[in-house]
Design a protein around this ligand. Structure first.
Ligand SMILES: Cc1cc2nc3c(=O)[nH]c(=O)nc-3n(C[C@H](O)[C@H](O)[C@H](O)COP(=O)(O)OP(=O)(O)OC[C@H]3O[C@@H](n4cnc5c(N)ncnc54)[C@H](O)[C@@H]3O)c2cc1C
Length: 436
């Protein structure tokens, strides 16, 4: 028999890669025309740019290992990453320890507490207690009220919108830890990684490998409608066009709400568990400029007159893109997909955001803008609230032959490409071991 992998993002491709190499007959079914999922790209001035921003940290071991295995290490680059803070109408540099020490919006003692807390988080290993307490209470206790509201509150807001005060301390701890381990030395500069051709560097290599394998079928533009389950055992999938494909194993790499709809006959307790996971969506504007708008990769924004909480100038990290004179800026906005803003069109959002970009950089002019477009993801991020660990689904479900990967399994890690690769390969390992 065979394995069907639903989803051709990094988790699905990584799972198929390991399954194929072990000799398994694999079919990958991806609903979009291109592979890569949330990390897929669009063409822009002769190059490919990701729909959503992606940076890499030194702690992203699973990605770095796969890059090595695929012989792609020469395309992985590390750059000093600059961060800045736009607070109440003023820009502050925020990359080096001396920037923190002179960061006026926060009282001096709290600046020190903030720095010490980042340091302690970098070396902390055990996060089990942190799952039980909210990030807000934990951070306020550790760094002080002003430091929380000025620095951490916007970051939680940028990622979780209205849900920011529900997030567990474990999630924010891991986020601090991941970025802090990308710092050179204890008080050195932050180095972040990027792939020369974006995540396509890895996606394309995996797709090329899989296309050459006689035991693999790769299908784009194919929507799975139902996972067929009979008496607690998976026996295939039904596609949107009505076609039935048989398999004795199915690996779902789609977000849990999609899986829940797709598998009405899955084990009832498992379904109840995954139905309790809530997600937040993202509407993300990608601006293509003819010049940089700032010198920083990451700009946090905490200003009552500005609707977004930050922007990411990807070309300030990816030198290869910058050198082609392509300047790209992402403005993400996380929200529930039921929020009317989720459907706001690109022109509407551009009008709003361009006025605000002018507040941040008064030189910014509409003539700098070569194009703008908006990308949306309905299930951008699971809402990792307190006690989230209890909701994380197992890889092997109680329904025989049904395996699941999802970003909830990364917890407390933030959603990353690296973690997607890890969960995909973990599932492949489970299946391969059973086949032996
Ligand atoms: C705004 C944003 C910023 C991010 N920034 C970073 C970052 O800086 N660094 C980083 O490492 N990671 C980042 N990530 C996270 C990273 O993109 C994801 O963790 C990773 O791409 C998830 O891969 P996946 O394969 O698990 O899921 P997905 O990429 O979601 O793959 C699932 C696939 O299933 C397909 N599918 C859905 N329904 C069906 C169906 N019915 N039939 C067939 N196929 C279907 C989808 O089209 C999709 O391709 C970011 C994500 C977002 C949204």
């Amino acid at each position: 028999m065979a394995t069907i992998v639903i989803g051709g993002g990094l988790a699905g491709l990584a799972a198929a890669y390991d399954l194929a190499r072990a000799g398994e007959k694999v079919t990958v079914l991806e609903s979009a025309p291109r592979f890569g999922g949330l990390a897929s790209t669009i063409p822009l001035e002769g190059i490919h740019i990701e729909r959503f921003y992606h940076f890499i940290c030194r702690a992203d071991h699973d990605l770095i290992q796969l890059i090595g295995e695929l012989g792609l290490s020469q395309y992985l680059h590390w750059e000093i990453s600059r961060t800045q803070f736009f607070y109440n109408g003023r820009m502050y540099q925020f990359s080096r320890p001396h920037h923190l020490l002179t960061f006026k919006p926060v009282p001096p003692l709290q600046r020190l507490r903030f720095g010490l807390h980042v340091l302690a988080s970098r070396f902390r290993k055990d996060w089990s207690d942190l799952d039980k307490i909210p990030a807000r209470a934990w951070l306020m206790d550790k760094v002080g009220k002003e430091a929380y509201y000025v620095i951490w509150h916007p970051l939680l807001g940028v990622k979780f919108g209205d849900y920011h005060d529900k997030i567990s301390a474990a999630w924010i701890w891991h986020r601090i830890n991941r970025v802090a381990t990308s710092r050179k030395g204890l008080i050195g500069q932050d180095y972040l990684g990027y792939l020369e051709y974006g995540t396509d560097t890895v996606t394309n290599a995996l797709v090329e490998f899989l296309e050459k394998q006689p035991n693999v079928t790769l299908c784009g533009s194919v929507v799975v409608e139902e996972i067929l389950i009979d008496q607690g055992q998976v026996n295939g999938v039904r596609l949107k066009n009505g076609e039935i494909l048989q398999a004795d194993q199915v690996v779902s790499t789609v977000a849990l709400p999609i899986l829940s709809k797709m598998a009405p006959n899955v084990d009832a307790r498992f379904k109840e568990k995954i139905d309790n996971v809530e997600y937040i969506g993202v509407v993300c504007m990608l601006l293509h400029l003819d010049r940089p708008i700032s010198e920083a990769f990451w700009t946090n924004v905490n200003d009552p007159e500005i609707s977004f909480n930050g922007f990411i100038e990807y070309s300030q990290l990816n030198r290869h893109v910058r050198e082609k004179n392509v300047h790209v800026l992402y403005i993400p906005y996380y929200l529930r997909p039921e929020d009317p803003r989720y459907e706001f069109d690109a022109d509407y959002l551009y009008k709003e955001y361009s006025t605000m970009l002018k507040m941040i950089n008064p030189d910014f002019d509409d003539h700098w803008v070569k194009s703008y477009q908006v990308f949306r993801a309905r299930y951008a991020q699971a809402i990792c609230h307190t006690h989230f660990v209890d909701l994380v689904p197992e890889y092997e479900t109680p329904t025989r032959g049904l395996y699941v990967t999802d970003s909830t399994q990364f917890y407390p890690e933030d959603r990353t490409i690296s973690a997607a690769i890890r969960v995909g390969r973990t599932v492949a390992k489970l299946i391969n071991e059973k086949r032996r």
